[in-house]
Every structure is written in C-alpha cells, then in structure tokens.
Design a protein around this ligand. Structure first.
Ligand code: ATP
Ligand code: LTN
Length: 333
C-alpha cells in the first residue's frame, strides 16, 4: 500500500504556545509514529514576515521552533523537517497560484480580516492578503493527502482545495486535493485573558498565553491571573468560557475525561483548581523543556537537520513545480 503524505506548517512568529502544542505539534508526533504515513513539517518563515518581524528575532525564533519540534518528539530520521525559505519552489508555485485565486475569495478569509484589523488600512501589506495562497503552495507542492491543523485553518484548507481544483480543471489533473485533519479535542485553546479569542503567540498581552518554554513560576502566575467568572463553580459550559478553556487544557495534558475532572472539583473553588492545573502543566512541559535545552545549544546538529530536510523537501517540491511550469506554458530551460 502506498503511504499517505501528511504536511503541515507552523510560523516562527514568536515563541510557541501550549495552543500550538495541543492543537498541532503533539498530533504531528502521533502521526509520525503511524507507518502508513510519510510526514513533512515545515517552519514557515515566509508566512511569518506577513506581519512585522525583527530580523534577528526571526532567526532566533526559527531555530527555537526547530528545537521545540524535536524536543516534542518529532524525529528527523522519521520525518522531513525543513525551513520554508530554503525551498524556493514555495515562492515560485505561489506566483502561479496567485493567478488562479480570486480577490473576492481572499477577502472572505477570516484570519486576514482579524489580522488586518491590527494595522491602518494604508499599511496592510499584500503578503498578508495572499498569505493563504502561499499556504496552498506549501501543501500542493508535496501532493499532501492530509493536513493536520487547528480549527482556525479550516477555511484556508478549503481555499487550497478550491485553487487546486481550478488548476486541475483549467490545465489537467496535477494536484491531489488535500483534506484537513482537525481533532475536536484541543483544536481551539483560548486566550487566558479573553476566552472569546484564540490563544496566539503574537498576542500583545503576555498574560494571555502559556508558552511551551515558560518556567514554572510564569506558568503558575499566568494561570492564577486567568480570567474566570463570578459563578464560582468548576463546570464545563458555554456560560463559563474561561473555566471551560482551563478544563480543556487540564484534560489535554492528562488525557482525563472532563466529567471526571469536574466531579473531583465539586465544592472546591477556582483557586484550588487553578493551582492543580498549574502543576499539571509544569509537569507536562518539564521533559520537553529538558530536551529543548540540550538541542538549542547544539547549533551544528540543528544545521545538519535543517539542511538535510531542505534537500529532501526540495526534491519532492521541484517535481511538482516542473509539471506546473510545463502545463501553464513556460519553456523549460
Ligand atoms: P500567530 O499567533 O502568529 O498567528 P499562531 O500560533 O496562531 O500564530 P501558527 O504558528 O501558524 O499560528 O500555528 C501553527 C499550528 O498551531 C496551526 O495548526 C494552528 O491551527 C495551531 N494553533 C495555533 N493556535 C492554536 C490554539 N490556540 N489552539 C489550537 N491550535 C492552535
Ligand atoms: N497558516 C498556518 C500555518 C501554515 C500551514 C501551512 C499549515 C502555513 N503553511 C501549510 C498547514 C499547511 C497557520 O497560521 N497556522
């Protein structure tokens, strides 16, 4: 049986949060262990520059993210790990796909609408607008069958399929139509300060997120400050969104049934629950942080990993790009 291809990406736009871990990274590790799948994971630095980045921070975040991915369990011997800007085919296919994507479609993207609100109308760059086209190129270059992401990326996956289908119809069958793999549980971890908003590493309020590399004191402090409500009962419902989110985080790290957790905290206040949650998170992150500290200090090894990853990725990507260039009518060199 031929292996199915899995592809996903993560932006080095800051330090990864537990939302990235629960919604994406740990699912990738699980998929890696399934031998029916060929796994490819990409650090999408070209996506990251659609919002302003300080160059030296972007470089640091990229290496940190590579170390976090490996510390979380992604193994470069089993999985292709690479950096997007190392494989020029991503930018090259994006240009072709831009010519098949309608402005109206891009205007409907909710991530674009959310992110562009942070800027004056006159300073929204066109990269932010065509961000989903670059994402489509990422996925289509590798003929991915499945794309494991958080709930927020569903709309981008639909656009990817749509553009792929348009290309296939206009020219001839070229791209495989990818499917989103979205786990229900943990697919949307919310901000600790605003349980209506997604936890996001680029949030201006540092208390809103738990970072994978936060030290125990920071974790305890942020959970203590997390916004709850005046009901005062640990319960799982949409009227108590803050507590609901904390319960989701608790259950994600312990693999425990939410009902059991709620039962255990019957008659106890938010304070006790929050203290216990902080310890659950501290303990879950401890082994990842220990492995991380070894990796981040081994720059030679990191370089070996991303160079080998880029070589493997480039080979696959160029196969697709060559077909595309031929079909649209470009003359081969
Ligand atoms: P930014 O905040 O800079 O937009 P991000 O952290 O929201 O970044 P990415 O780095 O692009 O987003 O996300 C990598 C993966 O993590 C994606 O699959 C995304 O769906 C998932 N993810 C991000 N935030 C969350 C969250 N709060 N809950 C669950 N999954 C998330
Ligand atoms: N847009 C995604 C990150 C991303 C991605 C991809 C995910 C870029 N390219 C390809 C899956 C497949 C995000 O914002 N989370």
């Amino acid at each position: 049986m031929e292996k199915k291809t899995i592809f996903s990406g993560i932006q080095p736009s800051g330090e990864p949060t537990i939302g990235n871990y629960i919604g994406a990274i740990r699912n990738w590790v699980e998929l890696q262990e399934n031998e029916n799948y060929e796994n490819i994971y990409c650090i999408v630095d070209m996506h990251a520059i659609t919002v302003p980045q300080v160059p030296k921070d972007l470089r640091r975040h990229t290496l940190e993210l590579l170390s976090v991915l490996m510390a979380s369990g992604l193994d470069p011997e089993k999985t292709t790990l690479f950096i997007q800007s190392h494989v020029p085919a991503h930018a090259e296919l994006t240009w072709v796909l831009n010519t098949l994507t309608y402005m109206g479609q891009l205007n409907r993207m909710t991530q674009y609408k959310d992110k562009s609100k942070r800027f004056e109308d006159s300073s929204i760059n066109s990269g932010l607008f065509t961000y989903p086209v670059l994402m489509a190129a990422d996925i289509l270059l590798y003929q991915a069958d499945y794309v494991p992401v958080g709930e927020d990326q569903r709309q981008h996956l639909e656009l990817t399929r749509d553009v792929a289908e348009r290309f296939n119809n206009r020219y001839s069958p070229t791209f495989k139509l990818p499917e989103a793999l979205i786990k229900e549980e943990g697919a949307r971890i919310m901000s600790l300060q605003d349980p209506e908003a997604k936890m996001s590493k680029s949030d201006a309020n540092k208390d809103s997120y738990l970072l994978l590399l936060d030290d125990p004191d920071a974790i305890r402090r942020k959970i203590k400050r997390a916004v709850t409500d005046s009901v005062g009962v640990v319960a799982y419902n949409d009227e108590q969104k803050g507590i609901k989110n904390l319960l989701n985080i608790y259950a994600s790290f312990t693999n425990e049934d939410i009902g059991n957790i709620v039962d255990r905290y019957e008659g106890k206040g938010y304070g006790v629950f929050k203290e216990d949650l902080a310890e659950v998170v501290v303990e879950a992150l401890r082994p990842i942080q220990e492995r991380y500290n070894d990796l981040i200090n081994n720059k030679d090894y990191l370089e070996k990993v991303y160079k080998k990853g880029a070589e493997k990725a480039e080979y696959m990507a160029n196969k697709t790009l060559r077909k595309v260039y031929k079909k649209v009518g470009f003359i081969p060199r």
